[in-house]
Ligand binder design. Sequence first.
Ligand code: ATP
Ligand code: MG
Length: 250
Amino acid sequence: MGLIIETAGLGRAFGGAIAVDALTLAVSPGEIFGLLGPNGAGKTTTIRMLSTLLPPTTGTARVCGHDVARRAGEVRRHIGYVPQQVSSMGHYMLTGREKAEIEAALYHVPRRRVQARVSELLELVQLSACADRLVQTYSGGMQKRLDLACGLLHRPDLLILDEPTLGLDVQSRHHMWDHIRSLRDEGMTVLLATNYMDEADRLCDRLVIIDHGREVAGGSPAALKAAMGVSSLDEVFLRHTGHALREEVG
Ligand SMILES: Nc1ncnc2c1ncn2[C@@H]1O[C@H](COP(=O)(O)OP(=O)(O)OP(=O)(O)O)[C@@H](O)[C@H]1O
Ligand SMILES: [Mg+2]
């Protein structure tokens, strides 16, 4: 396959406010590609356009070879999307296995294959032992792993993760990174949004840094740092934008 994600001048305005401004991305098969930027940079808006949930107001995007505006159904068959906030409180009254089975139906996994597929994925994210406990008794890290498993149910070519480790402790974050790396190592393409510098640095093969909806720099973490002669992506961000990624308080 050619590029997994290919955008040209992709943009989105809300009224007069431009959330994403002329983003041009090229994501190859089998890479972990990051969208790194501060709160409000336009990461989720970009991801929602690529997932066919929000129409672009300018430019074009092709995902797995299909135009997101004209071939939304085709795009959806090829992607797994794990949103930033997986809410639906109703799901808390389900066990992890039940939740995954419902999601499998939503993703059109053939009925006769659902049980085996759900068990396989719960095993992958190390939730087998807790599969029959209510989701409301899961820790934040366990819930994130369940969300990840749900995004993989229909064997997508592209997995899209919006802030996959938001709110997790250090150990759970490292486990999540390991899961994402092993998916990549098996050939999956991963697009992830993050505002954690270390996550972008250690996990992504390539990334774009975005600020106020615009790409300010792009490349591998090593190349971005080398081009500026700095040792961290924080400094890359600061040099390009003139402000810190996180404004520390106090
Ligand atoms: N439905 C909407 N209506 C109006 N404005 C919106 C809408 N969705 C997003 N925005 C605006 O677009 C900009 C980008 O928001 P977005 O959620 O894409 O940022 P983000 O990079 O994902 O931020 P965060 O790190 O906080 O998740 C923000 O200014 C936001 O207020
Ligand atoms: Mg977001």
